[in-house]
Design a protein around this ligand. Structure first.
Ligand SMILES: CC(C)(COP(=O)(O)OP(=O)(O)OC[C@H]1O[C@@H](n2cnc3c(N)ncnc32)[C@H](O)[C@@H]1OP(=O)(O)O)[C@@H](O)C(=O)NCCC(=O)NCCS
Length: 156
């Protein structure tokens, strides 16, 4: 397995982006932004991570991350986050932010295991007005609010 920069057509990665975001409208708004790294296994792309600039100096955002379902829980997600952090440091990054749904308990665990700390909650970030179908739930919890995590890139 190797992780490398992806310079191909981003639309080819849309199924991976769709694993991380239930809104095709939102995905279209950012799929072409920033840099994408992919994990390849024997030539096949098995995961991706996208990092974008935030407009604030030294602060990057991990915008999209996914591993193919058949390859989850093998450490690929952790390796993709580590590669994104290395890349941000190379670009002078001081802080990396990422946001996810408060309902997604698995992601809350995953990001904290990668050294991220919660910094704020955005209520009603997910709903019809932002491109998410009514009535979606994760872990039996309505998909509604968003949590923003941050990671100090000076820390290990
Ligand atoms: C989140 C995701 C990228 C994690 O990738 P992964 O390759 O399965 O994760 P890893 O195998 O590297 O696991 C790293 C750690 O996170 C934990 N973890 C990963 N997914 C988890 C989950 N859904 N629930 C609880 N813990 C989880 C692992 O148990 C492991 O824990 P450890 O540090 O105690 O060993 C992957 O589950 C995924 O693609 N999910 C769908 C898309 C998604 O939700 N993306 C994030 C949107 S913000």
């Amino acid at each position: 397995m190797q992780i490398e920069r992806y310079d191909g057509n981003r639309e080819a990665l849309r199924p991976l982006f769709a694993l991380a975001d239930d809104s095709p409208m939102q995905i279209s708004s950012y799929i072409d932004r920033g840099e994408v790294l992919v994990a390849r296994d024997g030539g096949r792309i098995v995961g991706h991570v996208q990092v974008i600039e935030t407009g604030e100096g030294g602060v990057f955002e991990l915008k999209s991350l996914a591993v193919r379902p058949a390859r989850q829980s093998e450490g690929l997600g952790r390796a993709l986050v580590a590669a994104a952090i290395t890349r941000c440091r190379e670009r002078g990054g001081r802080r990396l932010i990422v946001s996810t749904a408060t309902a997604d308990i698995g992601n809350l665990r995953f990001y904290q295991r990668q050294g991220f700390r919660m910094c704020r909650i955005v209520q009603d970030a997910f709903g019809p007005s932002t491109g998410y179908p009514e009535g979606l739930a994760v872990n039996g919890i309505p998909l509604r609010d968003q949590v923003v995590f941050e990671r100090d890139l000076g820390a290990d």
